[in-house]
Design a protein around this ligand. Structure first.
Ligand SMILES: Cc1ncc(COP(=O)(O)O)c(C=O)c1O
Length: 374
């Protein structure tokens, strides 16, 4: 009755668990910072509304914000101007319109497995074919350039990458980023890089793909960096030509990004560094505690990954990740089943440490007790 590209879409496993949670459950499931956005940004939103920024704006976003984002990005890429930026309704919409813009019918895009859940469906909704590349525990969940090369066919158009990664928390080192850019250059592919966790790096450094490859489409968001998941605001940074095409697609998808929110983010950008530093200091403590607690679980193998706010233990208990996550839910803790992120996520659980130290400790004690019984 419905076209396959729609009927084959699955309801997000993460959302399903969240919605089935008992009252008072400890949430180590969802991927959003628990703090409120910076007060300067909240005040700016109220001001924007009262000052009358309540009407349609340009499809690619208001010029002032596009210019401010470009200025921010010039820290690592000097040639960026407002023409390289389109403001979007978060990374979710940014990834979606990017796939629609660059993929033709039957074109292939390489997507990570395990990986964030939107990539495969986005490729399919654009009429393309997702081809999965594995991320393996023994390789620190990093993509391997040679393996990526072996998956390329004449129909391949893009490699979708995500560092720092959801669900694994891996941060790609410079060599990995450069090696993938080299593959993309050799085969004339786009790199579609989801960098929404770029501010959440606890060790080492974030290396944007835009530093090494011109045909890069950076998908970004203020959801995580300014703790504003519900505001639905982000951007895509890429070539001027792609931005022009994206703006057309965005017009037919969204008309324009929300106007008042853009004026608020303009203020948010001014305090982004300070806010991120504060959030990171808090999350660093949480990460340490989460890793310490998870290390106490004998059936869990949890790599000490250095980014995002997820721990992704591989477990030795004889149970599927979905059943395990359900049992944990019944015991009062929400987490995500590894299988929600692709077949290679089976045998894993994802715990978000975007919660208080107290809740992380309590929640992981519950998990430890349950893991001992299974
Ligand atoms: C890797 C990744 N990309 C994109 C998103 C979606 O971000 P946004 O809120 O900007 O749509 C998320 C949200 O969890 C994510 O984890």
């Amino acid at each position: 009755m419905f076209p396959e590209r729609v009927s084959s879409l699955k309801t997000s496993g993460i959302r399903k668990l969240f919605e089935a949670a008992p009252r008072g459950a400890i949430n180590l499931g969802l991927g959003e910072p628990d703090m409120q956005p910076p007060p300067e940004m909240i005040e700016a939103l109220c001001r924007a509304v009262t000052e009358g920024h309540n009407k349609y704006g340009p499809s690619a976003g208001v010029l002032e914000l596009r210019e401010a984002i470009a200025e921010y990005l010039r820290r690592y890429r000097k040639d960026v101007s407002f023409e390289n930026i389109i403001v979007t309704a978060g990374a979710t919409e940014g990834m979606r319109i990017a796939c629609e813009t660059i993929l033709g019918e039957g074109d292939e895009a390489l997507v990570p497995n395990p990986g964030f859940i939107i990539y495969g469906p986005d490729v399919k909704l654009a009429g393309g074919e997702p081809v999965e590349y594995p991320l393996r525990r023994e390789n620190g969940y990093l993509p391997e350039a040679e393996e990526i090369r072996s998956l390329i066919t004449p129909r391949t158009k893009a490699i979708i990458v995500n560092s720092p990664s959801n669900p694994t928390g891996t941060v790609f080192p410079k060599e990995t980023v450069k090696a993938l850019c080299e593959v993309a250059r050799e085969h004339k592919l786009y790199i579609l890089s989801d960098e929404v966790y770029d501010g959440y790096v606890y060790e080492g450094e974030h290396w944007s793909f835009a530093r090494f490859h011109n045909d890069t489409i950076i998908v970004q968001s203020f959801s995580k960096s300014l703790a504003a998941t519900g505001w639905r605001i982000g951007y895509v940074a890429t070539s001027k030509e792609i931005v022009q095409q994206l703006s057309k697609v965005q017009y037919y998808t969204l008309a324009c990004p929300p106007t008042a929110t853009q004026f608020a983010v303009l203020e948010g950008l001014k305090v982004l560094d300070r806010f991120q530093a504060e959030v990171l200091a808090e999350f660093r403590k949480r990460r340490e505690l989460a890793l310490k607690k998870l290390a106490e679980i004998p059936t869990f193998d949890t790599p000490a990954v250095s980014g995002a706010f997820y721990a992704f233990p591989k477990f030795a208990n004889d149970i599927s990740s979905e059943r395990f996550a359900l049992r944990i839910l019944e015991a009062g803790v929400i987490c995500a089943a590894g299988a929600s992120f692709g077949s290679k996520g089976e045998g894993h659980l994802r715990f978000s440490y975007a919660n208080s130290l107290e809740n992380i400790a309590k929640g992981l004690d519950v998990v430890k007790e349950l893991a001992a019984r299974l």
